[in-house]
Every structure is written in structure tokens, then in C-alpha cells.
Design a protein around this ligand. Structure first.
Ligand SMILES: [Zn+2]
Length: 338
């Protein structure tokens, strides 16, 4: 083995070691704080329900107790975001140092540039997620955002179907409707484990939830940097291009953060199911692609019509991307938490 490749191996080992060391601790602490806050809120709601019918003072006491529960959960959410953010800062610094060492050792300028990009994503992601947690808390205190809720049974079922055990569903919360300053546009928005669904209609609910749930998956698996990755893709690539995963280089893990989310949205929307007569039935939005033996019974076809479509025409024929879809879903499902 040459000295160069030996050094490269050592640098890689060191990098993996530091990443392993950092990865777990931060995630566990952040999860524990967030679930603690959510449990406190559930308890406060229970107490409020118990006292609300007490004559004269019951209603007022219940409101105060509920508010206290919401604010406690908001404080814990912010604390969890801070832990994740700090985790991203530490990862940023360690990654930069190790990336530069690896780049010098291997004489690869690309590695050094990648290290700088990762550094920026981790730093900005950390800042965004901490600032986001702070904004949420202020909005909870002043009541400018609707109360967060757990996933419904149907939502849990859908997300479990897609991710199996690789998304921590108990940590996810949804805000429907009023979202304070996050209402600056109509699009749903993800801050860590919190999905602001805004005023999405019931008909558009599930495919939007699928898209946003990928951002939560990114947060749970890659940390706070997902926020910078997603925002950066929209800013630097432009909205249309950022979401156009057909233009990204496969595999899915190389896709920008918005394209990753859009791909799952399209897998959800564009499934084709074979019926006994051999016809392909196009069934929008039932999650069919993620069900059962997808390889033999379900198909995913897509064309570049209008920048990406479940339909094609003579100039934009449908491409059969079933294998790529299955590969990607398998990859995502293989990323188990320890
Ligand atoms: Zn998105």
C-alpha cells in the first residue's frame, strides 16, 4: 500500500470515528428534551380537561394550565433545536478540519471544496434551526401560531408505510392553519420535527405531508443542516430547478434536499398498479408504490413534461423508473436508528 492511500485510509477512519462520536449523543439528548416537553404538554392538557368544569374558576384555570403546557413544550422544542444546532456546529468544525487533511493527503481539491460546502451547510443549518425554534416559542407565547398536534392515526399509517422504522413518528408534531410569520407563503414548511401544514386542503394533504416528511427524515438523519440544504437549493438553483429531481445526478443520496423530497412526493402521486386484466390503473395518491411487493405489482413512470410529470406525450415519453424508485425506498428504509 502506498503512503498516499494509507494516509487516505487513516483520514477516512478518523473522520468516521469523529462523526460516530458526535452523531449519537446529540441526537439522543435532543430527542429526550423534545419528548419531555411534549409529554408535559399532554399532561397539562389532561389536567386542564379535568378542571375545566369546576364552577366559576374552572375555565380560567384550564386556559392557564393549557398555555403553560404549550409554552413548556415550546421551550423544550427550542432547547432540542439548540442541541441539534450545536451538534451541527461541532460537526461543521470537525468535518472541515478532517476534510482539509484528507484533501491535502490525497491531493484532491474537490475534497477540500466539499468540506467547505459541508461546513457552511452545517453552520447555517444550525443557525436556521435555532432561530426557527426561537420564533416558534415566541409565536406560542403570544398565540400567533395554532397549537401543535400529534399525527393522526391515518398520517402515522401512511408515514410508517413509507419509512417503516426509520422515521421517529412520536416526535413529529403538526401545526395546521395559522403559522405566524411562517405564513409568508402558502407552502408547508418544516422546522425540525414540526411540520407547518398551513391551509393545505384535505385533497392535497397527503402528498404534501409525504414531501414534508422527507425533510423531517433529513432532520432526523442528517441533522440541522437539512434546513440550509433545502433553503440553499431553492436560492442557488432556483425554485423550479431545485424541485426537478430528473436533473439531479443519481443516486437519490446525491440529490439536493428539495429534490429528495419531491422524488418521494412523485412516488406517492404517480404509481401505476396492475389489475388482473393486465391493465395499468393509475391511482393517484394512495401510497400504492410503497405497499407490498412493489417490484412485481407496482410501477413508477415519469416524464420530463413541464419539468416533471406523471403524464407524458410524444415529445416527452414516460420513462419507467420503477427500479430506481425501489432502490431509493429500500435505501431509506435501511437507515435504521441504533
Ligand atoms: Zn421541500
Amino acid at each position: 500500500m502506498s503512503l498516499g492511500s494509507w494516509l487516505k485510509k487513516k483520514a477516512k477512519q478518523l473522520k468516521d470515528f469523529v462523526e460516530d462520536l458526535l452523531g449519537d449523543g446529540e441526537e439522543e439528548v435532543s430527542d429526550a428534551i423534545e419528548s419531555g416537553g411534549n409529554a408535559a404538554k399532554d399532561k397539562a392538557d389532561q389536567i386542564a380537561d379535568a378542571v375545566k368544569d369546576v364552577p366559576i374558576i374552572g375555565g380560567a384555570v384550564a386556559s392557564v394550565v393549557r398555555w403553560t403546557g404549550r409554552v413548556t413544550a415550546g421551550i423544550c422544542e427550542l432547547a432540542a433545536n439548540i442541541v441539534k444546532g450545536i451538534g451541527a456546529f461541532v460537526k461543521a468544525s470537525a468535518g472541515l478540519v478532517l476534510g482539509i487533511i484528507e484533501g491535502i493527503v490525497t491531493g484532491s481539491l474537490g475534497t477540500i471544496l466539499d468540506a467547505f460546502v459541508d461546513y457552511a451547510a452545517n453552520i447555517f443549518g444550525g443557525i436556521l434551526i435555532i432561530a426557527g425554534g426561537f420564533i416558534s416559542l415566541v409565536q406560542i407565547i403570544f398565540g400567533t401560531q395554532k397549537e401543535k398536534r400529534k399525527l393522526t392515526e391515518d398520517e402515522r399509517e401512511l408515514l410508517e408505510l413509507i419509512y417503516q422504522k426509520t422515521l421517529k413518528l412520536n416526535n413529529i408534531r403538526i401545526v395546521e392553519g395559522r403559522s405566524g410569520i411562517y405564513s409568508f407563503n402558502d407552502r408547508p414548511f418544516v422546522k425540525g420535527n414540526l411540520i407547518y401544514m398551513k391551509n393545505i386542503s384535505p385533497a392535497d394533504w397527503n402528498w404534501n405531508l409525504v414531501h414534508e416528511s422527507v425533510h423531517v427524515w433529513q432532520y432526523q438523519h442528517y441533522g440541522a443542516r437539512y434546513a440550509a440544504d433545502a433553503l440553499g437549493a431553492s436560492i442557488f438553483l432556483g425554485k423550479d430547478r431545485a424541485y426537478n429531481w430528473l436533473k439531479e445526478i443519481r443516486p437519490w443520496t446525491n440529490f439536493n434536499a428539495e429534490a429528495q423530497a419531491e422524488f418521494f412526493e412523485d412516488l406517492y402521486k404517480c404509481v401505476e398498479i396492475q389489475n388482473p386484466a393486465g391493465w395499468i390503473q393509475w391511482i393517484q395518491g394512495d401510497g400504492g408504490f410503497f405497499m407490498g411487493d412493489a417490484i412485481t405489482s407496482n410501477r413508477f413512470r415519469f416524464s420530463d413534461l413541464d419539468g416533471g410529470s406523471c403524464w407524458g406525450d410524444a415529445k416527452h415519453p414516460l420513462m419507467d423508473l420503477t427500479d430506481f424508485g425501489n432502490e431509493t425506498v429500500d435505501h431509506v428504509r435501511s437507515q435504521a436508528f441504533d
